[in-house]
Design a protein around this ligand. Sequence first.
Ligand SMILES: [Zn+2]
Length: 295
Amino acid sequence: MHPTLERLLTDKPVIIDGAWGTQFQLLGLGSGESPDLWNLSHPDRVLKVAKGYVDAGSQVIISNTFGSNRYTLQKAGGDPDQVFEINKAGAAISRQACEGTDCLVFASMGPSGEILMMGQVTEDDLFEAFKVQAEGLAAGGADGIVIETMSCPTEASAAVRAAKTTGLPVVASMTFDSGKNKDRTMMGATPEKAAKALLAAGADILGSNCGKGIEGFIPVCQRLHDASGLPVWIKANRGLPEIVDGVATYSQTPEQFASFAPALVAAGAGFLGGCCGTDPSVIAALVEWKKGNRQ
Ligand SMILES: [Zn+2]
């Protein structure tokens, strides 16, 4: 195992961070606007979100670079020639937020939004695009890379291979939000199928994020653990949102969210955090649970 992961996992479960997008909305991000462009235009706001999670007790935070590949950036009105710069800035802001703490940065890479099966791009195109992104993240001081919210194992594998060229540890996290048991990706991949592809591509850790509430992650976590023999990275949504006045509202309390932590750890989770709807209060509840768990 990569020495960075080995060191982190001596203090299991590693508490990671929560959602970033909703935090940006609170700071004025308009719907449809790309938060990633803020790495250059409003670094102070990005730092505030990152620091919120460091202060809540996260041992690992991501970076504001989920959509900073050339395809997603371009669709959001960004300049695809700025991929390296935006990623470098995003990782550096998260690093700055961790200053004076032991918190590490596992910088974020999300899907391209292009569909391989439709022939919109080739695997080589994706590899090249993700490689520039990963190089920017490494230059900004990332301690690791997390490839997240992926639904296509082939795209995720291209991202893993690209991220691995930096020498950093790589987490590959898929979204299982489809099928009757919500145990398939949108593209129909099961945890076992995804695990096989991602491990072959060189992923150091497998994970799952987004797509459903925390309870539904328990069986998926177990299956990823069984398929890999590794501690699993889990970032669950805060229950199911209700739409109130056109805004997604999450009613699960931080304590309710954290009450599922023991079952996830029993199912092989080595990293625990939140996705949509979670905020620093949810992470603080996980930290509190972990402290109590140790006494
Ligand atoms: Zn999410």
